[in-house]
Design a protein. Sequence first.
Length: 207
Amino acid sequence: MESGRQNFSFSTLLKLSRALEIQPYALFSDKNLVHYQEKTPDIKFEVRERGLISGSTSAYEAIKLFQDPLSLGPGWEISDEPPIDYAPLQKKFLPRGYSSPPDRIIAFPTIGHSMSPTINEGSIVWIDRLDLQAREGQIYAFLLPDKTITIKRLVKLNEDHLIVDGDNRDTEARKGEELRGYPKTVFLQEDISVIRGRVIWVLNKLI
């Protein structure tokens, strides 16, 4: 096409966009092409009180939502898969400086019942990966000795170890696999933080 030997047509445009996995209109932009999975969307919400909110003036931030669920039970291994979607969160609920470094705040679905009723199975949690300071009463993503991740509440902070537990106080639930052995002792390590981030927001599934 650049040499003029082949005519440009709309069908050719569609073929190019499909091959590059981008929207057709992106071919007419002077900006660098970005794969749709790596591009942060321009979120638009219809808010009655404020009208249309979008772009840099939006009250919301697009947070990457990853497919791997975070376990509310024994633990879950996290893969390196790219995010599957974006989970919007109001900027006023985000910590100061949340956008630096990139992906400081990430979101995950949850499985398990050990944190009910605070966090139900099928909910979405937003995690601040830079908030690693241990504070009693806060909920964190903990790295277990088997290299899996679990969501639990920090109930006791000691010099060389943490005591973590689930919020579910149901007698039968406490006997199940998810809460067997809890409260659990998590020993602190010198070379790696056992706290992988703090849960800053929860979108709870009620049904």
